[in-house]
Design a protein around this ligand. Structure first.
Ligand code: ZN
Length: 435
């Protein structure tokens, strides 16, 4: 769903990616025995660096090579996705496709209705053109690395649900942004950013109740010690959660995952069945501590605020570039002004390129919050070895030990090495408290 949203309409997609990244942390279960590792680390005199190395060395060279290949392939996909989006934009603009869509919708008298229909047709056609890339990325590649449990039919069904959500939300956003273009004229980009952030907040608010259940089944976690401990951890950190939910993520993959999603009245704590099946209570508490950190530190609100500033800059840049292109190629592309819906493909191409260039900025915004949540989680759950083990589980789909700039540019979470090192540093300062 994330990819479809991002590629079909970058403005809305960015908000979605940001809020999802803040709210959800996934890890892949690795075939290591946590208890054995913990006791091996504890047997030697405690040294943060060597304890970190010890955890990192639990990955075999083959596991590390596979994980590196998968994650580094993602760097290239960023570039290919951008170029692919440019190619699709070129198809719309240079073949006259954009004009051909505009012609029949012009029969509607009202310009908003015209824009609505153009938007729906544009989103559906883009989905068709993006389909080969989405199949490769979302289905073939995930299966090649054994990271997906979905059959093609099930994958397609989820992709179509994402398309339906995108068609409804995307076309409404488009109509509103084009109203802003006509009314506010030169200052439209400020309104455009405002409209997108408002929809982003709305999507984050309704996601736990209306959107997530479209992909997974949620039910209250069974009564027992684990639920009692999670709710106790929540109360100890002033989180007003009265229930904990579990969802059937195992149908999609074996990744363990938990989140504190929504805000205001829709706030809820959810953990997936993989986490319950594959992790010890100490590891689950480590994960929940991290997620609660997002809630306590108001990361959703701060993230929305940061994204708002980021979007204003993005919209301003895109507006500048669009006007530049309009003056040079407007006639060739059949675009009369920025408020002309025929220019939508160019607008999307420019947003895609600018977002690509700003990838290190958006990743760093999210990664900073994730680092804060890690620190909160360590202090709240007090399970450094549980945390380190889960950090190692991430390595099946995230390169464990990147170079400094590699992490700055490509990582929306801290690297496994840094997370384990933080956990071991915390442990070194709390040796007497650790079991
Ligand atoms: Zn997180």
């Amino acid at each position: 769903m994330k990819k479809a949203i991002f590629l079909l309409f970058v403005l809305c997609g960015m908000i979605s990616l940001n809020t999802q990244a803040q709210a959800s942390d996934t890890a892949q279960a690795a075939a290591v025995d946590s208890a054995k590792l913990t006791s091996a680390v504890q047997a030697a005199p405690f040294n943060v660096d060597s304890a970190t190395e010890h955890w990192l060395n639990t990955l075999t060279p083959a596991q590390r090579a596979k994980s590196d290949a998968y994650f580094e392939g993602g760097y290239w996909l960023l570039l290919w996705n951008t170029l692919y989006a440019v190619l699709i934009g070129a198809i719309f603009l240079l073949t006259g496709l954009s004009g051909r869509i505009k012609k029949p919708v012009s029969r509607f008298g009202n310009v908003n209705v015209q824009n609505l229909f153009y938007g729906v047709i544009y989103i559906l056609l883009s989905w068709v053109l993006l389909f080969p890339m989405n199949v490769y990325q979302g289905y073939c590649r995930e299966h090649k690395y054994a990271l997906s449990n979905l059959s093609f039919g099930a994958w397609l069904q989820e992709d179509l649900i994402g398309l339906a959500i995108m068609t409804v939300f995307g076309s409404i956003i488009l109509v509103l942004v084009y109203i802003a273009m006509r009314r506010a004229e030169k200052r439209w980009w400020l309104w455009g950013a405002g409209i997108c952030i408002a929809f982003g907040a709305f999507a984050a608010f309704i996601a736990p109740v209306w959107l997530s259940p479209l992909f997974n089944k949620y039910q209250p976690l069974a009564e027992g010690r684990l639920k009692t401990e999670i709710l106790s951890l929540a109360r100890a950190n002033s989180i007003p959660a009265e229930n904990v939910y579990q969802f059937d993520a195992s149908k999609q993959s074996d990744r363990v995952s938990a989140n504190v999603s929504g805000f205001g009245s829709t706030t809820r704590i959810s953990l997936n069945d993989n986490l319950l099946r594959r992790c010890t209570p100490a590891e689950i508490k480590g994960v929940m501590g991290h997620e609660m950190g997002h809630y306590v530190m108001n990361h959703v609100y701060k993230g929305l605020l940061e994204t708002a500033v980021f979007l204003v800059i993005l919209f301003a840049l895109v507006n500048f570039l669009f006007q530049l292109m309009l003056s040079k190629y407007g006639h060739r592309f059949g675009i009369k002004s920025i408020a002309d819906i025929a220019g939508l493909p160019l607008l999307v191409v420019l947003f895609t390129i600018v977002s690509f260039v700003f990838t290190p900025v958006s990743n760093t915004m999210v990664r900073t919050q994730e680092t804060e949540a890690d620190m909160f989680g360590l202090n709240a759950a007090r399970e450094p070895d549980g945390e380190a083990h889960v950090d190692m589980m991430l390595s099946e789909y995230r390169k464990i030990d990147p170079a400094y700039w590699e992490e700055v540019i490509f990582y929306d979470h801290p690297s496994g090495r840094n997370r384990v090192h933080m956990a071991m540093q915390w442990k070194a300062e709390h040796l007497k408290d650790c079991k």
